[in-house]
Design a protein around this ligand. Structure first.
Ligand SMILES: [Zn+2]
Ligand SMILES: [Zn+2]
Length: 278
């Protein structure tokens, strides 16, 4: 039964005209961002191009590049990764996708193949593990008390599957940050890139902090730090102006750029608002 489902999945995928090609660029992107067929170091030129594209979109180039990589990774997993026993085992050992990536995977599959067939197989596999877990769970075991007694690592965990804890897409995104930062470090030596980086607003706070810790080039660190300091200074001034215009005495004053400052401040602090449909 499982074999026939898998065969059907392969046929559906290969019949899909929309997905006839994981072309060379997509293969490279998977490699760049730790895709399923990780074969080695990401080509520098490809990451550089992805980051340049990300700057055009505006906002933190790493967040933008990761958003594209996330989609590619999920597409790739559903397209072929899940048919590899090793990749599927990784997925199951990690407790499946996290909430965000499970729903996103479902959305991507519906957009590309309109069937949700692959996701149904993944759910079935996970549910079989959950079934086993629950079957073996002994109601009489007091796991909480065992935990309090700090049996710690040697204590038997009540469940083998923790949903989404080791999400393979989250792991890929975490792994790719270091590489993206190292390429940005090199790109920031170029005046043109520096200019585009500044105009796009630079890195968000968490990626800036990671860069300042990781980068070796003093020049890059100084530049990125200064750019962020300028941005913060402008944001604080705009936020104060935004608040001032809320005073009834100044309410009639026309609204300016400061009106979008709360959104831009949040974007710097924690990244862009998630897409409404994930
Ligand atoms: Zn970011
Ligand atoms: Zn995830």
């Amino acid at each position: 039964m499982r074999q026939s489902a898998k065969t059907l999945l392969v046929r559906r995928r290969s019949e899909s005209s929309e997905n006839s090609g994981k072309d060379e660029v997509l293969e490279a992107f998977d490699a760049v961002c730790g895709g399923l067929n990780r074969t080695g170091r990401t080509p520098h030129w490809f990451t550089a191009r992805a980051l340049e594209d990300a700057l055009i979109q505006g906002g933190c180039p790493i967040c933008q590049a990761q958003s594209a990589a996330e989609r590619r990774h999920l597409h790739s997993f559903l397209y072929e990764g899940m048919m590899s026993p090793l990749a599927r085992q990784d997925f199951l050992d990690g407790g499946g996708f996290c909430r965000r990536h499970f729903w996103k995977a479902k959305q991507i599959e519906e957009q590309h193949w309109a069937d949700g067939f692959g996701v149904s197989i993944l759910c079935e596999n996970l549910l079989e593990k959950v079934q086993e877990d629950l079957y073996q769970f002994k109601i009489t075991d007091d796991f909480k008390r065992r935990g309090l007694l700090k049996i710690g690592r040697t204590a038997k965990r009540p469940f083998r599957l923790t949903p989404g804890k080791g999400c393979v897409t989250c792991a890929m995104l975490r792994d790719s940050v270091e590489h993206l930062l190292s390429v940005i470090e090199e790109l920031l030596e170029d005046a043109g890139f520096r200019d585009r980086y500044t105009r796009a607003g630079g890195l968000c706070l968490s990626h800036l902090q990671a860069g300042l810790i990781q980068w070796k080039s003093t020049g890059t660190k100084e530049f990125a730090k200064q750019t962020a300091e300028n941005r913060i200074e402008t944001l604080i001034a705009e936020l104060r102006e935004f608040q001032r215009k809320h005073d009834y005495q100044y309410k009639a004053e026309p609204r300016g750029a400061e009106w979008s400052s709360p959104e831009r401040a949040i974007e710097f602090l924690v990244g862009r608002m998630p897409e409404r449909s994930l």
